[in-house]
Design a protein around this ligand. Sequence first.
Ligand SMILES: Cc1cc2nc3c(=O)[nH]c(=O)nc-3n(C[C@H](O)[C@H](O)[C@H](O)COP(=O)(O)OP(=O)(O)OC[C@H]3O[C@@H](n4cnc5c(N)ncnc54)[C@H](O)[C@@H]3O)c2cc1C
Length: 310
Amino acid sequence: MNLASTISRLFPPLTVTENKPLAGCTTFALGGPCPLLIEGSGAEELPGLIKLLNRHNMPFLVIGQGSNLIVSDAGLGKAVIRFCSDSPKIEVQENRVGVSGNTLIDDLARFTTEHGTGDLSFCSGIPGTVGGAVTGNAGALGRQIGDHLVSATLLSPSGDTRTVKCNDLEFAYRHSKLKESDEILLAATFELPTESKAVMQAERERIMQFRKEHHPDWHTTPCAGSVFRNIEPTSAVERRKAAGWFLEEAGAQTLQVGGARIYEKHANIIVADCECTAQNVYDLTERMIAAVKEKFGFTLVREVRFLGNF
Ligand SMILES: Cc1cc2nc3c(=O)[nH]c(=O)nc-3n(C[C@H](O)[C@H](O)[C@H](O)COP(=O)(O)OP(=O)(O)OC[C@H]3O[C@@H](n4cnc5c(N)ncnc54)[C@H](O)[C@@H]3O)c2cc1C
């Protein structure tokens, strides 16, 4: 019995597909195949599944909604576990909110607004899962998810679980320790600032409207949000400077490679037209980096994660 059949037999809730293109698992709708795509996993199946993959010497990667990823056209030589669910798993414990790592972050933002369990409105409309958001310390409007995390349940690459506190995750701008440790976030508990339902609802609606007007809708215009990290301030009193501003000043807005082009309303977002390849996107980022380097003398750092060979 091959590995795909063994997984299906031992974990009936999971769907396993061999040689599946990953384009359908990313908001950029790009990317070649992986040997095994495993979908439908809840936090309950993951420890056993990972131990099984290890026993079969099958390398693996856990992804969420694929909204911060660009997978190479040649694909990946590892199993991909898609830990993403549109059925939110959220529990309120007094002033805290516990959530499964595969819950969509916008579902959590909507839930906390509707139930008045604390203000997470800044996450409204951010694509992706709680796991992806904590891993990359997702944020907007000067706030970031790591500021509100109390504890997290992690699964090691060898399949062992442990609970850690916020400080253990070493949050920084768009960074957590999970980016280096390859641990998987199974669940997280947040404590959110108190705010009235009416204020949170109004703020959520304002943010959703702003995103609609200024950002592409990835369902119809494939993309992965901001491509480059914003620029470190040079002194403690300054704020981070938008990478998009430097790109505009460097005249990068008109750059295009194949089907990859820069979104007309936001110079730090690449969108994919028909016939776009992952390599087109990578090559366009190289040209954007070169344009800013020539004009300003520094090198932009990619925020999106490129996986595989480019
Ligand atoms: C239109 C658009 C707007 C966006 N706006 C914002 C924004 O305002 N602010 C912002 O910060 N980001 C934004 N993003 C980027 C993206 O939504 C976030 O980075 C998001 O948190 C990624 O979550 P994901 O589940 O899609 O992660 P993925 O893209 O699937 O994965 C990203 C990384 O996290 C890892 N990962 C995923 N799940 C887990 C887990 N459970 N445990 C451990 N590691 C995991 C993956 O291995 C990968 O390395 C935007 C993207 C788009 C397309």
